[in-house]
Design a protein around this ligand. Structure first.
Ligand SMILES: NC(=O)c1ccc[n+]([C@@H]2O[C@H](COP(=O)([O-])OP(=O)(O)OC[C@H]3O[C@@H](n4cnc5c(N)ncnc54)[C@H](OP(=O)(O)O)[C@@H]3O)[C@@H](O)[C@H]2O)c1
Length: 344
């Protein structure tokens, strides 16, 4: 297989490059060479996807059996890349997101659920996109990216819509924030219920699924999450404490009480999210097509190892994650006063 990766150096792209090389595939990576390093063994083509001349130069170095576009965020760049590659790539795989669903996370979703309305020319700066609350802009634009690629590649398009992706080198830093907090030990504020099901997918399992689909020539659209019942929020936090070998105690605090205190779900307390559809993403179609999800403990342990071996790619969103130590202490004391829980 001759594979072209748009990007290929941070997280999902990096794992795709490593995994495809392990399969003996010929792998080309197109990126600016600005923020990450190419995986050894790939053929590297430098260029900026915003620059039409770079796209012409890229296409001139084809062809490929498949392209995977991991990291496009605005529809015009999805459209221009797809148009540039249509004559030199047989299939186009686009990494979208469950955020593309109009009613997620408030409601459960399956592949047929409605997407955010969008346009192939939509930009984040457009007034109609700016009018949306910030978290919904991302999904609207990704929905437009899907449409832009489908307009060009039609039935030769593979779209994956992952929920939250975890694993080594994840640069948003969700699991990393939990691991660092666990390492500090002591009483750890744990939100809601330990029995809350969660569905994060390991980046390596997502990559394997994508490559398997391309190898067998399958196209179509797939939600990508761990199956319902795969793990709980309690498994995640306990797994972090165990992985770092900390002397720590989880103090479970009522979800509504935390929201009333203004604690930011999803960021200050990563992977804690209360809308009822958050962890009800139907990914049975992908599982039937071969998605296999490793145990969450493996993801946690490997992420902790990677974090100690190598710094993360610097990303602005890392700063959003985690609760400042002082705020956590104050919240635990206030929770003790409100509930009678035993907090040191
Ligand atoms: N994290 C999650 O939980 C989650 C959940 C659902 C979906 N997703 C989706 O998963 C994907 C993650 O992708 P990733 O960031 O890990 O991909 P990646 O391919 O590993 O990294 C991004 C690449 O894009 C390159 N790049 C950036 N700007 C560029 C430009 N103007 N021209 C050419 N190349 C450029 C970067 O290199 P240079 O800077 O050197 O150019 C880098 O190689 C995203 O599509 C995201 O929406 C993530």
């Amino acid at each position: 297989m001759r594979l072209l990766l748009i990007g290929g150096t941070w997280f999902l792209g990096r794992v795709l490059a490593e995994s495809a090389l392990q399969r003996g595939w010929s792998v080309t990576c197109f990126n600016r060479g600005k923020t990450g390093r190419d995986v050894p063994g790939v053929r590297s083509i430098r260029g900026d996807r915003f620059d039409p001349a770079s796209l012409d130069a890229l296409a001139a170095q084809g062809g490929w059996d498949a392209v995977i576009d991991t990291s496009v965020y605005e529809p015009p760049e999805a459209a221009s890349m797809a148009q540039a590659l249509r004559s030199v790539a047989a299939r186009y795989a686009l990494v979208s997101t469950v955020s593309a669903y109009r009613h997620w996370p408030e409601q459960p979703c399956e592949e047929a659920s409605p997407l955010w309305p969008s346009r192939p020319d939509a930009r984040e700066s457009d007034p109609d996109v700016q009018a949306l609350p910030r978290p919904f802009r991302y999904g609207t634009l990704k929905s437009g990216c899907e449409q832009a690629v489908l307009d060009v590649f039609g039935d030769d398009t593979l779209i994956v819509r992952p929920g939250v992706i975890l694993g080594p080198h994840e640069y948003v830093g969700r699991l990393q924030a939990l691991l660092r907090r666990a390492k500090r030990g002591g009483q750890i504020l744990a939100a809601g219920s330990p029995d809350q099901p969660i569905q994060p997918v390991d980046v390596r399992d997502l990559a394997a699924f994508l490559l398997d689909q391309l190898a067998t020539g399958r196209t179509g659209t797939y939600n990508i999450t761990a199956p319902s019942g795969h793990a709980t929020y309690g498994d995640l936090l306990t797994g972090c404490v165990t992985a770092v070998g900390a002397d720590a105690e989880l103090v479970w605090v009522d979800a509504q009480w935390l929201l009333d205190q203004g604690v930011k779900e999803w960021t200050q307390l990563p992977l804690w999210r209360t809308p009822q559809g958050t962890w009800r993403v139907d990914s049975r179609k992908a599982q039937q097509a071969g998605l296999r999800c490793r145990p969450l403990t493996e993801t946690i342990i490997d992420t902790w190892r990677a974090l100690q071996a190598e710094p993360l790619v610097d990303h602005e969103r890392q700063r959003e994650h985690g609760l400042p130590a002082e705020q956590e202490r104050e919240l635990l004391q206030a929770w003790q006063a409100a509930s009678g829980a035993s907090v040191c």
